[in-house]
Design a protein around this ligand. Structure first.
Ligand SMILES: Cc1cc2nc3c(=O)[nH]c(=O)nc-3n(C[C@H](O)[C@H](O)[C@H](O)COP(=O)(O)OP(=O)(O)OC[C@H]3O[C@@H](n4cnc5c(N)ncnc54)[C@H](O)[C@@H]3O)c2cc1C
Length: 403
């Protein structure tokens, strides 16, 4: 028999970055309604980006500094290590793996993403980085002079490889492409970026795929598709992440290939259920229907969803950006940033900064990358909004075609 049902005016499934801001959104309007946050995570909501960046390169910055203090700031009740397994939208009931039941007036679904992994046995020496627990495991196996294998050419793989090598760890980085970020950056930037890793001592295995791993005692063996076997003291996987849609699908919420479908107020197809963060399929004011697995989106959509849950009717009309930084490079991206598009560079004077403009086959602007270019992003949002043609931009900017 389930124990007594716990009721909340506002109930969140997921205690991540969107949930933290949704709590603030609710409290900006309703200071009294009860708020419960149910999270599978072992830790209170925290800044996830620090797990692959700041915690590795700033000795003054500790795990505690990443905490948002969501519970204290927003008078919330937090249930950690609690996995929700079912939502009943008709009865307004949520059930957990332990058989606990919660009822709600209004529900937020903010379950984020789960990282992809590789074939091999469960082991503390193998981490697909997403949570603080994962970060702690990497810390445990990656002291100075250990050899760590990192697989993946996305931001997680690249960031953690940079973080580790700056802690005197020997790093082998396995990437499926020719160079780091060759699917995003033009060749000259991808080369510059890769050189930072080589100079720092990272050994790069390009054009290779990791197929499986095995563990033996305190060693990991990684098998690459060309027959190479790498041996290390730990393995970090940055193979991309899959959005957590299972709960929504089981509850018959409308979904599409991008995620849980929400309207302009971030409401799902079920009454009294909103969604925010990585899992939503939403209509972006500039880019059209989108899914965005980014901090800026999690924060902004979370806050808007929270406000709407508390009774405001506000549209989510923010076009989010993605950012990353490693060594002395920082970059931000708006819209479609893919080297399969037609790319034009504006090289900034007096710095090594560049702005890359990405055009489709009709020469209409689709995305902008700011590489070491600290310029107000709103400026580029406004440009992107106008969907300019290459010839319009060439009249006002000095652009050079790049591959
Ligand atoms: C290491 C790392 C570095 C990153 N760096 C950057 C960066 O530099 N720039 C950037 O823009 N983005 C970055 N991101 C992405 C960014 O952190 C995410 O887009 C953001 O956290 C998404 O917020 P969210 O609330 O949707 O999901 P999350 O923050 O992932 O939170 C989801 C929460 O839901 C919980 N949950 C899932 N399923 C259930 C369930 N069934 N029951 C209960 N709880 C559940 C999880 O435990 C978690 O607490 C990074 C991500 C990682 C992992």
């Amino acid at each position: 028999m389930p124990e007594k049902i716990k009721h909340f005016n506002y109930l969140f499934i997921g205690g991540g970055m969107a949930a933290d801001q949704a709590a603030a959104g609710i409290r900006s309007i309703d200071s009294k309604g009860s708020l419960g946050i149910v999270s599978a995570d072992s830790d209170e909501p925290y800044a996830r980006p620090a797990l692959s960046k700041k915690l590795w390169v700033d000795p003054e910055f500790t795990e505690d500094d990443t905490n948002f203090h969501t519970k204290e700031k927003n008078n919330a009740v937090l249930f950690l290590k609690t996995q929700v397994t079912q939502i009943d939208p008709t009865k307004h009931l949520v059930t957990t793996a332990d058989g606990i039941q919660f009822s709600y007036d209004k529900l937020l679904l903010a379950t984020g993403s789960t990282p992809q992994t590789l074939a091999g046995p469960d082991s503390d020496l193998v981490v697909a980085l997403r949570s603080k627990d994962d970060y702690r495991k990497i810390r445990a196996f990656s002291s100075a002079h250990k050899h760590i294998i990192v697989v993946g050419n996305g931001y997680i793989g690249n960031e953690i490889a940079a973080g580790l090598v700056q802690n005197d760890v020997q790093v082998s980085l396995v990437i499926s492409g020719e160079r780091l970020y060759d699917k995003k950056f033009p060749i000259y930037l991808s080369k510059k970026y890769q050189q930072k890793y080589i100079d720092a001592g990272v050994k790069i295995y390009s054009n290779k795929r990791a197929e499986k791993y095995e563990t033996q005692g305190d060693q990991v063996k990684v098998f690459l598709n060309d027959g190479t076997v790498l041996k290390g003291d730990g393995l970090v996987l940055g193979l991309g992440a899959k959005i957590e849609l299972e709960l929504a699908e089981k509850a018959h919420l409308k979904t599409d290939k991008l995620g849980v479908i929400v309207d302009k107020n971030l409401k799902t197809s079920a009454s009294d259920i909103w969604a925010a963060g990585d899992i939503i399929s939403y209509s972006d004011a500039i880019l059209g229907r989108q899914n965005a697995g980014h901090v800026n989106h999690a924060v902004k959509s979370g806050y808007t969803a929270g406000q709407n849950m508390a009774g405001k009717e506000t549209s989510y009309n923010h076009t989010p950006y993605f950012y990353s930084w490693v060594f002395d490079v920082s970059w931000e991206a708006l819209g479609a940033v893919s080297s399969s598009l037609r790319m034009y560079a504006e090289r900034l004077q007096h710095s090594d900064g560049s702005v890359i403009y990405y055009f489709d086959d009709n020469d209409v602007l689709q995305g902008v990358l700011l590489w070491n270019a600290r310029i107000n992003l709103d400026h580029y949002r406004n440009i992107l909004k106008k969907k300019p043609h290459l010839t319009d931009l060439e009249k006002i900017l000095s652009l050079e075609k790049v591959d």
